[in-house]
Design a protein around this ligand. Structure first.
Ligand SMILES: Cc1cc2nc3c(=O)[nH]c(=O)nc-3n(C[C@H](O)[C@H](O)[C@H](O)COP(=O)(O)OP(=O)(O)OC[C@H]3O[C@@H](n4cnc5c(N)ncnc54)[C@H](O)[C@@H]3O)c2cc1C
Length: 493
């Protein structure tokens, strides 16, 4: 789908702008929010507690960056729309262009996925390179400024306690509770992009405002990651390898600089170990030997890093019945998803697009009347935008983690349909493509009910049921590969 590009002209060409916007957090959501805000306000300041590296490098404020960050196709499309030429810059810096359907060798519960050339393109690189490439563009913007090494410790309200007028901030090393060390910075609009650990709920409570209710779906997914240099003599016709069951799996994906990332994931008791022997044992127990073989003569070039804070968590700012004006929240601070579905950076990009649309409609730069009620309108629109991503992540998680399901017949039906659809992807290219498009947020979930997709799925369902009736052992789904771990097979979740 070709998307219109509202940023085809440089943001400095935009007509009316006024005011100062503060963005808390200089990660993906904060950078993208700042970029679109610069089209509407006179000046944007990003406040980031880290000192930001001048080259692609790890920084402590985003510990998750050690783990592979897959850029979904929709995310790639939005980034290239916001920053024309970004893809070429990534490739020049060593990122590998990937055709999602042709370049990845996948082994999943339905067996080996077919490979075919598609229009679903993305880039494989480290999260450090991607964030740095975006940050470099943002730094070049004449109206965006960075305050690094500073932590925001509280919001500043007007005398009536109804409007946010700025923030309190202090050097990272100092606690902001000690106001003698803190300074206040005033702004017309404050945006919290502080990630999963955002302090906004505590700040709102401290100033007598209601806090957002939360929905949490936790599959207990664990991560373990290590980087390697592969033996150059190994023969392969893929750019990436994925081997997974419903509850655990592994991937081998390229990074810039000839490095490769091995990422192990597992739910609950299948969470991967972070010691070297356990790491390789986990790989040896996968349903296929391909990854183990690829690593036999590979050289590890990093420690093994683990990560466990992966629950889907939606803070419902859209439901607040009272909120301060001029204050918005976006990115992981609103909705953090189980990272195995790779949606976080893309939902951050969708949030930035939503912010831009909302500011355009309210006429922020042109008149002050449009600013009233902006926060409520934005949070509601953001919630609508996030709905598909939330549905995809949580329905996949609840289908696997049985006790997290809501037990409703409609939910069971959706899970059963998705299960059949997944099986059909092995043979039917159209169905496979439709599934990838939805998983990459290029098409809405409802597209999976299109007759071209639904008919083969239902036909397979009927065939499976008939075959099942005829088999003396009552076995269903002849195409399903059993996972190696006995507890997965018995569905203990
Ligand atoms: C293990 C793991 C793997 C992931 N894999 C993927 C993937 O494959 N694909 C994908 O798209 N997404 C992935 N994600 C999600 C992705 O990391 C985030 O969604 C993405 O970074 C956008 O988050 P954010 O900018 O909202 O918050 P974050 O990236 O968490 O950044 C928050 C920023 O705010 C700063 N900050 C916080 N509080 C303050 C404060 N008080 N004052 C000043 N600065 C502050 C922090 O230092 C940080 O820079 C993964 C996440 C995890 C945990």
């Amino acid at each position: 789908m070709k998307m219109p590009n509202p940023f085809a002209t440089h943001p400095t060409d935009a007509p009316a702008r006024s005011g100062h916007a503060l963005v808390i957090g200089g990660s993906i959501a904060g950078l993208l929010a700042a970029w679109v805000l610069a089209d509407h306000v006179e000046r944007v300041t990003i406040i980031e507690r880290d000192h930001l590296p001048t080259a692609p490098a790890f920084r402590p404020g985003v510990p998750q960056a050690r783990h592979y960050h897959f850029l979904l196709v929709r995310g790639r499309q939005i980034l290239e729309m916001l920053f024309p030429g970004l893809g070429a810059e990534l490739v020049a810096a060593g990122a590998r262009p990937l055709d999602l359907c042709a370049d990845l060798e996948r082994f999943g519960p339905p067996g080996r996925a077919q490979r075919f050339v598609s229009d679903l393109q993305t880039y494989a690189c480290s999260r450090d390179l991607l964030e740095w490439s975006i940050r470099r563009r943002v730094r070049q913007h004449p109206r965006i400024h960075f305050r690094e090494g500073c932590r925001v410790g509280d919001l500043v309200f007007d005398q009536n306690n109804s409007r946010i007028t700025g923030v309190w901030l202090a050097p990272r090393s100092v606690t902001v509770a000690d106001r003698t060390e803190a300074t206040s910075l005033s702004a017309d609009l404050v945006v919290d992009a502080g990630g999963r650990t955002s302090r906004t709920p505590q700040w709102l409570a401290a100033h007598g405002y209601p806090t957002p209710t939360e929905t949490v779906v936790d599959s207990g997914t664990g991560y373990a990651t290590r980087s390697y240099e592969l033996d150059p003599s190994i023969r392969r016709d893929w750019k990436g390898l994925l081997i997974y069951t419903r509850t655990y799996g592994a991937s081998l994906l390229p990074l810039e600089g000839g490095r490769w990332n091995v990422l192990l994931t597992g739910m609950g008791e299948h969470a991967p170990p972070t010691d070297a022997a356990g790491f390789m044992e986990f790989i040896g127990n996968l349903s296929r030997p391909d990854l183990y073989t690829a690593l036999e003569h590979a050289r590890p070039i990093s420690p093994i890093y683990g990560y466990r804070r992966t629950e889907n968590r939606w803070r419902h700012y859209e439901r607040l019945n009272r909120r301060p004006e001029n204050f918005l929240v976006l990115g992981d601070a609103v909705c953090a998803l189980n990272p195995i579905y790779g949606q976080g950076m893309t939902t951050a990009a969708l949030g930035a697009i939503t912010l831009d649309r909302c500011l355009r409609r309210s006429g922020w730069g042109k008149h002050s009347a449009g600013r009233k009620g902006l926060a409520a309108r934005f949070q509601r629109q953001l919630a609508r935008t996030l709905h598909a991503s939330w549905l995809l992540a949580t329905s996949a998680d609840t289908a696997t983690v049985r006790n997290a399901g809501d037990g409703r017949r409609s939910t069971r039906l959706i899970h059963a349909y998705m299960e059949q659809l997944y099986l059909v992807t092995r043979r039917n290219r159209r169905v496979a493509l439709a599934r990838y498009r939805v998983a990459h947020l290029v098409s809405p979930p409802i597209s999976l009910l299109h007759p071209g997709v639904a008919l083969p799925v239902i036909a397979n369902w009927v065939r499976t049921r008939l075959a099942q009736r005829q088999r003396p052992d009552g076995q269903a789904e002849p195409g399903l590969e059993p996972p190696r771990y006995p507890s997965c097979q018995s569905g203990r979740y």
